[in-house]
Design a protein around this ligand. Structure first.
Ligand code: AMP
Ligand code: MG
Length: 402
């Protein structure tokens, strides 16, 4: 068989992303937009805060009237403003978040105040100032663009959208994904596994990785290494935007993904990427449907899902920068020279640096992957690197979803 030359990682990522269109737009209640990407910029329909208010508990008075004494003429509490206006020598009890009364321009903090009945004066060192006033519109104003199209909705963004007066907003649909485990050696029941079998673990791992960004996640298999059965499984996934297989993408006699794809009407887009782990990655298309044939070794599956599947899903869901971003960090341990391919070592953050984990760095090594919270990039033919040298690192979040 004539093997195609492996593509450089960034070229392969660009080729994959070029295959994808953003999915249609849906309006959702703000609380349901978590993990989605905005389909248009978020413009504020309100000014926040809507008028000047107090950031502290204390007393409000006129701005030139800073040292007292004052007579307390009323109260402004959160949600219950003082209706009158105040004159020199007058003060209003005010609580955090309450509107400043008309003509007020200074606040005396409660802990700097001395009060007897309605008579108010400063305690030692106390002074009424404008420091604890939040001015109308200091956070944002009506008409401000608060978030760009493509922004990811997280907890703060949900609060921001509500504060800006939106109950619903336009976000993109999320890709529907079918995941297929393949291999004669795979057991569906991890607790009941014959000596010639191993538990199928990739499908569940991939489902977990994409749980925040995909919809209708279906998990099929394990499907045996049988051309007919594999092609049938692929055809069964017709309602998915994305199909993800693991295993069967290499060049062994039982690696049947490529002929099964052909049989099921898919066209190969590209195959093989110059990276370790992850070289046998296979990408194919049928109409608008995109298939990612991930390598079977669990770490290879994980790393290719991280660099290809997640960015593809983010792009389809409307992200404007879907690729993972590396950080430059100090090495906390020496590492030997690299091999011929770009390589990603399973690593851990230590202090302000990063180091490879102790467990076996093999493409099947789930212990090392489970101990890691970062991937350390080793360029092709990298020289040995010593403590203190700077390396590029891709962060993995604690649940591995990144
Ligand atoms: P393959 O790419 O089919 O040659 O598989 C490479 C290695 O990954 C083999 O040792 C398989 O047993 C293993 N493997 C394949 N699929 C899975 C899976 N779904 N879960 C766990 N290991 C797998
Ligand atoms: Mg296999």
């Amino acid at each position: 068989m004539n093997l195609p030359a492996p593509l450089p990682l960034t070229e392969a990522q660009a080729k994959l992303l070029a295959l994808a269109d953003r999915l249609p737009v849906v309006e959702l209640p703000i609380a349901e937009t978590l993990g989605r990407y905005l389909a248009r910029p978020l413009i504020s329909q309100r000014t926040q805060p809507p008028s000047d208010l107090s950031a502290m508990d204390g007393y409000a008075m006129r701005s030139g009237d800073t040292s007292g004494p004052w007579k307390i003429v009323g109260e402004s509490a959160a949600g219950h403003p003082f209706s009158g206006e105040i004159a020199n020598g007058e003060a209003v009890r005010i609580s955090t978040g309450a509107l400043l009364p008309a003509k007020a321009g200074a606040i005396l903090l409660q802990e700097e105040a001395a009060r007897e009945g309605q008579a108010l004066s400063t305690a030692a060192g106390g002074l009424a100032t404008a420091r604890h006033i939040r001015r109308a519109g200091f956070d944002f104003q009506e008409g401000d663009a608060l978030l760009p199209r493509g922004a990811l909705m997280g907890a703060p963004q949900i609060a921001l959208a509500l504060s800006a007066g939106h109950m619903k907003f336009a976000v993109h649909q999320r890709p529907r994904v079918t995941i297929i485990d393949t291999g004669d050696e795979l057991a569906a029941d991890a607790g009941n596994c014959a000596p010639h079998q191993i538990p199928a673990s990739n499908g569940a791992m991939i489902a977990a990785m994409i749980s925040q960004i995909a919809d209708n996640i279906r998990h099929i298999g394990p499907v045996p290494d049988d051309l007919e059965k594999l092609a049938t499984a692929l055809n069964h996934a017709e309602d998915a935007d994305i199909i993800v297989t693991s295993g069967g993408a290499s060049v062994g006699d039982h690696d049947l993904l490529q002929p099964a794809l052909e049989k099921a009407g898919f066209k190969l887009s590209f195959w093989r990427v110059a990276m370790k782990p992850g070289k046998p990655l296979m990408i194919a298309r049928k109409g608008k449907q995109i298939l990612l044939g991930l390598p079977g070794n669990p770490v290879s599956s994980y790393v290719t899902a991280y660099f290809f599947l997640l960015p593809l899903l983010r792009a389809m869901a409307g992200a404007t920068s879907p690729l993972p971003q590396s950080q430059i960090m100090r090495l906390a341990r020496n590492i030997p020279a690299g091999g011929k391919r770009l390589e990603f070592l399973r690593g851990r953050y230590v202090g302000d640096g990063v180091e490879p984990v102790d467990a076996m760095q093999d493409s099947s090594g789930l212990m090392a992957l489970s101990q890691s919270n970062a991937l350390i990039e080793r360029p092709a033919l990298a020289k040995k690197a010593e403590i203190g040298e700077m390396v590029a690192v891709f962060p993995l979040n604690s649940a591995g979803m990144a």
